[in-house]
Design a protein around this ligand. Structure first.
Ligand code: IPM
Ligand code: MG
Length: 372
């Protein structure tokens, strides 16, 4: 077998997940035949579809299949159908178990504004937006100690506490160092600006992040480092989005800020993501958007975020950088040519309204054209 044969675990998921993953695999098929590598795909059940067929959010053996692959491609999981299942088996648990089980501590969420789509952004005239959010993904409040108990304590105003629930945030030096170092490395390959986002005026964990980040900055003298409190950052992202380059932050803050950054590019349907662990271990690649059950099966879903996630997979896990460039260029080309799914349409002249399948075919066609 050729050295350029890769094992991919594919999780199609729920809602629009299956449609957009199938689109992305069609683009991958074409990239393979143009570029001369091959993939062997194993389908894995996770999320609501796993709950329906096995009663648990991550099917038996799913994690092992992912662990023994070179990369994992995921559509989206969850939907209102599973809103009332027991919290211990919610579809989102599959995602958290995969992140933890695969050791995916670094979550890369690029937010790029395509100039042709700028009119869809609420911040039309704010210049080029090209932000890379580096979110810590396997620690913090998502994975800290939690619990619930009843309390009879009476508060100062006479109210009885009653039921109490708690989630705790803990971060270790090792966890902070590996993610911040990765963020510095990214900044070196980009515009050499790094912003640590935290809440150091209140949280001890944030103060540890700051101390460690400051001492690491001595190793990266070329990178301009600054610090922002998360509340302030959420304003600055709207006020001066083009001034940001790389943002590094904790699991919870990164969850919130990456949704905000996605929105300011005007097109959450365009944004891919990568979750990476130790070099040489499989990464997980998925669009930033959710499973959009309201449009599942209607052909309205934008497949570009998942197609771009395949490009990230080729770049970061499989080392097929040329194929990754080829896919990213084809996506730019279809956008320039005017192809628009409903989420990115704005009624301008020259737009070509397309459905999921037509958008996919357009990307496949431009992939071929790129070679001529
Ligand atoms: C995300 C999602 C998940 C998260 C949910 C679905 C658990 O919002 O990937 O950003 O909070 O990490
Ligand atoms: Mg989120």
């Amino acid at each position: 077998m050729s050295e350029r044969n890769y094992k991919i675990a594919v999780i199609r998921g729920d809602g629009i997940g299956p449609e957009i993953v199938d689109s992305a695999l069609k683009v991958l098929d074409k990239a393979e035949s143009l570029s001369g590598f091959t993939t062997e795909r194993s389908y894995v059940l996770a999320g609501g579809s796993a709950i329906d067929s096995c009663g648990i959010p991550l099917a038996y053996g799913a994690l092992e299949t992912c662990q023994s692959s070179d990369a994992v491609l995921l559509g989206a999981v969850g939907g209102p159908k599973w809103d009332n299942v027991d919290p211990s088996i919610r579809p989102e648990k599959a995602l958290l178990a995969l992140r933890k089980g695969l050791g995916l501590y670094a979550n890369l969420r690029p937010a790029i504004m395509y100039k042709e789509l700028a009119s869809a952004s609420p911040l039309k005239n704010s210049g080029d937006i090209d932000i890379m959010i580096v979110r810590e993904l396997t620690g913090g409040i998502y994975f800290g100690e939690n619990g619930a108990f009843d309390s009879t304590e009476v508060m100062a105003d006479g109210t009885v506490k009653g039921r109490v629930a708690y989630d705790t945030e803990a971060y270790s030096e090792g966890e902070i160092t590996r993610i911040v170092r990765q963020a510095f490395e990214f900044a070196m390959g980009r515009r050499k600006k790094l912003t640590l986002v935290d809440k150091a005026n209140v949280l001890r964990t944030s103060r540890l992040w700051r101390e460690i980040t400051m001492s690491l900055s001595a190793e990266y003298p070329e990178v301009a480092l600054d610090f922002l409190y998360v509340d302030n950052c959420s304003m600055q992202l709207i006020g001066r989005p083009s001034s940001f380059d790389v943002i590094v932050t904790s699991n919870m803050f990164g969850d919130i800020l990456s949704d905000e950054a996605g929105m300011i590019t005007g097109s959450i349907g365009m944004l891919p993501s990568a979750s990476l662990g130790k070099p040489g271990t499989p990464g997980l690649f998925e669009p930033i958007h959710g499973s959009a059950p309201d449009i599942a099966g209607t052909g309205k879903a934008n497949p570009l975020a998942t197609i771009l996630s395949v490009a990230m997979m080729l770049r970061w896990s499989l080392g097929e950088v040329e194929a990754a460039d080829m896919i990213e260029n084809a996506v730019k080309d279809v956008i320039s040519a005017g192809y628009r799914t409903p989420d990115i349409a704005n009624g301008e002249n020259g737009e070509i309204s397309v459905n999921t399948a037509e958008m996919t075919d357009a990307v496949v066609e431009y992939l071929c054209n790129d070679l001529h």
